[in-house]
Ligand binder design. Structure first.
Ligand SMILES: Cc1cc2nc3c(=O)[nH]c(=O)nc-3n(C[C@H](O)[C@H](O)[C@H](O)COP(=O)(O)OP(=O)(O)OC[C@H]3O[C@@H](n4cnc5c(N)ncnc54)[C@H](O)[C@@H]3O)c2cc1C
Length: 383
């Protein structure tokens, strides 16, 4: 128990854990092979109210807190990080659509998103780079009531499986930087869109790939936020997803720790349980401590968001610390299993899965720059 998780949220977590154990965990390793995201599970999650429950009721949501969304993310990620991407992409894109879209355009999409009938990607990164995100070049030109898109987005999660994407493109001059970017809701079945899939190290069920745009015509009413303000207005949504990512990867680390504590308590070497050696127990205790602390930071960040208080620095802390810590924890857990940990199995898949979040949604260096900038200002920390 902790001050953020009320009895009501604890009951929600237990409900999500039962679902995840019954429906998500059994296919964890198989999905890594087939690389297919199970749409039946997605729809079931929608029916259970597990997808973007924080969205307002008018859009099919339950009007719950962001912490409630975090609790669900944890339980689904514990069973399969790739499946919890459904929750993550829905919460991130759902917030962007609800806050910045025209209600008659985004409404039907949001209701499908929450019901688990539509998957959204977020398309920011381009071949020339992702860290300097405001320096993007995908061309977006106005032609009457349409925008015409030309260019490529790359390394996009769920690129080939998504039904629609929030796409960031350049409507201003290159020199206008972050102030010349516009965000659009783009259905993925529009003429001129082609997609591919990379062979990823982890997170293979959700996958990543490129989206190519060749004279793709998107109605102007699909714009999210104002023209040229896409970056400045819409990017704020990432503070939410950064805390959620922290909870996701730490949930994977927590289940790895639980299994490892159990294993080292029964496995013996030199006539004693492994855990009786401080080289084993203290290392795990050290990581267990850090995981508890990092999880509280993520919950605190969501609490700040729910309380409409600033949380940009905290969100960046969740995003660099969570994935780094989770990777180090699972690495140590794998080693505790000896040669068995090195076989294809739960631990090595978890290790591959969490690694992706040390890069995806911004690297540790970029997160630390955000923290520094929040503390001392943009002038002192330009990039
Ligand atoms: C699993 C995964 C999922 C992803 N999903 C998505 C998605 O859904 N949508 C999307 O748009 N993108 C996605 N990405 C792309 C991701 O956001 C970018 O890879 C990331 O922002 C880094 O960009 P880059 O790969 O171009 O690296 P670069 O920008 O080329 O950077 C390379 C290295 O240099 C470092 N570096 C760069 N600038 C600085 C600096 N100023 N100071 C210190 N170090 C610096 C970086 O930290 C990094 O280590 C995903 C990536 C992965 C791995």
């Amino acid at each position: 128990m902790n001050p953020y998780i009320t009895e009501e949220l604890q009951a929600l977590a237990e409900q999500a854990r039962r679902f995840a154990q019954d429906r998500v965990a059994p296919g964890f390793q198989e999905r890594d092979q087939t690389r297919v995201l199970d749409r039946a599970i997605m729809r079931e999650m929608g029916e259970m109210g597990f997808i973007a429950p924080e969205l307002p009721e008018e859009y099919g949501g339950l009007g719950m807190s962001r912490i409630a969304a975090g609790v669900i993310h944890e339980e689904i990620a514990r069973a399969d990080l790739s499946i919890s991407y459904i929750n993550l992409l829905a919460s991130l894109n759902g917030q962007i659509l609800a806050e910045h879209g025209e209600p008659e355009i985004v409404g039907p999409w949001l209701r499908k998103l929450v019901a688990g009938e539509a998957l959204f990607a977020i398309a920011l990164t381009e071949p020339r780079g992702g860290s300097d995100a405001a320096n993007l070049r995908l061309r977006v030109e106005r032609d009457g009531d349409f925008y015409v898109l030309n260019g490529e987005k790359t390394s996009i999660s769920a690129a080939d499986q998504a039904d629609a994407a929030v796409v960031f493109g350049r409507t201003g001059t290159v020199e206008s930087g972050a102030h010349g970017v516009t965000a659009l809701l783009v259905p993925m079945d529009l003429p001129g869109i082609t997609r591919n899939r990379f062979d990823c190290h982890g997170q293979r069920a959700i996958g990543r790939g490129s989206i190519f745009f060749e004279n793709v015509r998107v109605p102007v009413n699909h714009r999210l936020g104002s023209e040229n303000k896409g970056f400045v207005q819409v990017m704020q949504g990432f503070d939410f997803s950064r805390a959620l990512i922290g909870l996701q990867v730490l949930a994977v680390a927590r289940v790895a720790l639980e299994e490892t504590w159990e294993y080292v308590a029964q496995r013996e070497a030199f006539g004693k349980p492994l855990v009786s050696f401080q080289g084993v127990s203290h290392t795990l205790a050290d990581f267990d401590t850090q995981v508890e602390a990092a999880r509280l930071l993520c919950l605190q960040t969501l609490w700040l968001k729910d309380s409409h208080l600033p949380h940009t620095a905290e969100a960046a802390m969740c995003k660099w610390w969570g994935p780094k810590l989770a990777y180090d924890v699972i690495h140590q857990c794998l080693l505790c299993f000896g040669h068995g940990g090195y076989d294809r199995g739960l631990m090595e898949q978890r290790l591959r899965d969490v690694l992706g979040f040390q890069i995806g949604d911004g690297t540790a260096q970029i997160m630390k720059t955000i923290i520094a900038r929040t503390r001392v200002g943009r002038q002192a920390v330009p990039a």
